[in-house]
Ligand binder design. Structure first.
Ligand code: LMR
Length: 400
């Protein structure tokens, strides 16, 4: 069957992890995939997750199927976390949430749902965006266009270009937005800018689809929700794909959610019926464990508090690594202003390293960086930061 078929290329992010695992160099450093590492380069199970799993082990009494949309208690907790418990969207019932297998699963369910009703729509993605966005939405059958976002000269947001592009998006097209901690750039909008973008969406009639995979990794759980809150306030239809891979460290449990927000609870009910029909033919109903863990933690005040503390510790360690990287590079006399690294938010920095430098770092130093120069700051530790800074200084000074 496969004799005359060429092998597919390795995934640009997850393929790096495979290559990293096979690398025998004891000094190897993985700055590729967006996975949190602690000071010992481990991806730990959060203490609060262990505590919730212990409770579940004692009280879980059945492994029967979940409803197609997942556990209703999970959906309630997800909405409270996304919008804040007192947000009108949560209390009015005009949002419906399904448990999807990870953020990627939520994006794909959303893509399949939208394709049914907007077959000729285009999906607008930021320039740049997460590599997998392209694959998810083209596989769902959509054509893609790009909107302006990142200015590679100033290494910051090009808000003017973004507004200009979004004002020209036709009604009924879909605009994919990163709600916080933009992947790959780490460059975000502020609350005022989100309000402006939401107003453009309302005026022009395009469909906002927010990818919200890093809540809590920017400034905090409450601060990071400003994009979804601004869109909720417009009263228009929109979608949110969210993930608990990063903020609960539940990567391999595939726990995410798709939330569809409508102008009224009656419309939201119709949306839910189509969500169920969409999911039934893909994976039927979601895996339970990760969702049970998240719902257990979010609904228990003590566990919730402990989770916020552990999340803050992850966020602060990443911020400390941003500072250490900037200091390490300037200490080694690497020319250039690297202050943009500390201004960026979330797990990633768009380092500005060229693809040649990225290839050199991998071939000569076993340092793995995603093509385009995206660095996962969480892969840096006080044990490897000098090695990484020395390597970057070596290649950049030889190139200059
Ligand atoms: C990343 O961007 O590295 C993560 O979101 C993991 C993935 O699935 O690509």
């Amino acid at each position: 069957m496969w004799q005359n078929i060429e092998a597919a290329p390795a995934d640009s992010i997850l393929g790096l992890t495979d290559a990293f695992k096979n690398d025998q160099n004891p000094q190897k450093v993985n700055l590729g995939v967006g996975v949190y590492k602690d000071e010992k380069s481990n991806t730990p199970i959060l203490g609060v997750v262990k505590a919730a799993e212990k409770l579940l082990l004692e009280k879980e009494s059945s492994k029967s199927y979940l409803p197609i949309s997942g556990d209703p208690a999970y959906a309630r907790e997800v909405q409270k976390l996304l919008f804040g418990a007192s947000n009108e969207v949560v209390t009015s019932g005009r949002a419906v949430t399904v448990h999807a297998p990870g953020g990627t699963g939520a994006l794909r369910v959303g893509g399949d749902l939208l394709k049914k009703f907007y077959p000729d729509a285009k999906v607008w993605i930021s320039q740049p965006t997460w590599a997998n966005h392209k694959g998810v939405f083209t596989t769902a059958g959509f054509g893609l266009s790009e909107y302006g976002y990142y200015d590679s000269e100033s290494k910051s947001l090009d808000f003017k270009a973004m507004v200009t592009s979004l004002e020209a998006v036709p009604a009924g097209d879909i605009v994919l937005l990163h709600a916080c901690c933009h992947n790959p750039s780490g460059v975000d909008l502020n609350a005022e800018q989100w309000r402006e973008v939401a107003a453009i969406g309302k005026e022009k009639g395009w469909i906002p689809f927010l990818d919200f995979a890093y809540q809590g990794f920017g400034d905090g759980v409450d601060e990071d929700r400003c994009a979804v809150v601004e869109f909720a306030a417009t009263g228009i239809d929109f979608l949110v794909a969210s993930s608990f891979s990063k903020n609960f460290g539940l990567y391999n449990e595939r726990v995410g959610a798709l939330t569809v927000i409508s102008p009224s609870a009656a419309e939201a009910g119709v949306a839910m019926s189509h969500l169920k029909a969409t999911i039934r033919v893909i994976y039927s109903n979601p895996p339970a464990h990760g969702g049970l863990v998240v719902a257990t933690i979010l609904s228990d005040p003590d566990l919730h508090k402990l989770w916020l503390e552990e999340l803050a510790a992850m966020r602060e360690r990443i911020k400390a690594m941003r500072v250490a990287l900037v200091e390490g590079l300037s200490k080694r006399g690497v020319s250039g202003d690297f202050s943009y690294i500390t201004a960026q938010r979330g797990m990633f920095s768009f380092s500005g390293l060229s693809d040649d430098v990225v290839a050199w770092l991998r071939a000569n130093k076993s340092i793995y960086v995603v093509g385009g120069g995206r660095i996962n700051l969480a892969g840096l530790t006080s044990a490897n930061i000098d090695y990484v800074c020395d390597a970057i200084a070596e290649i950049l000074s030889s190139a200059s």
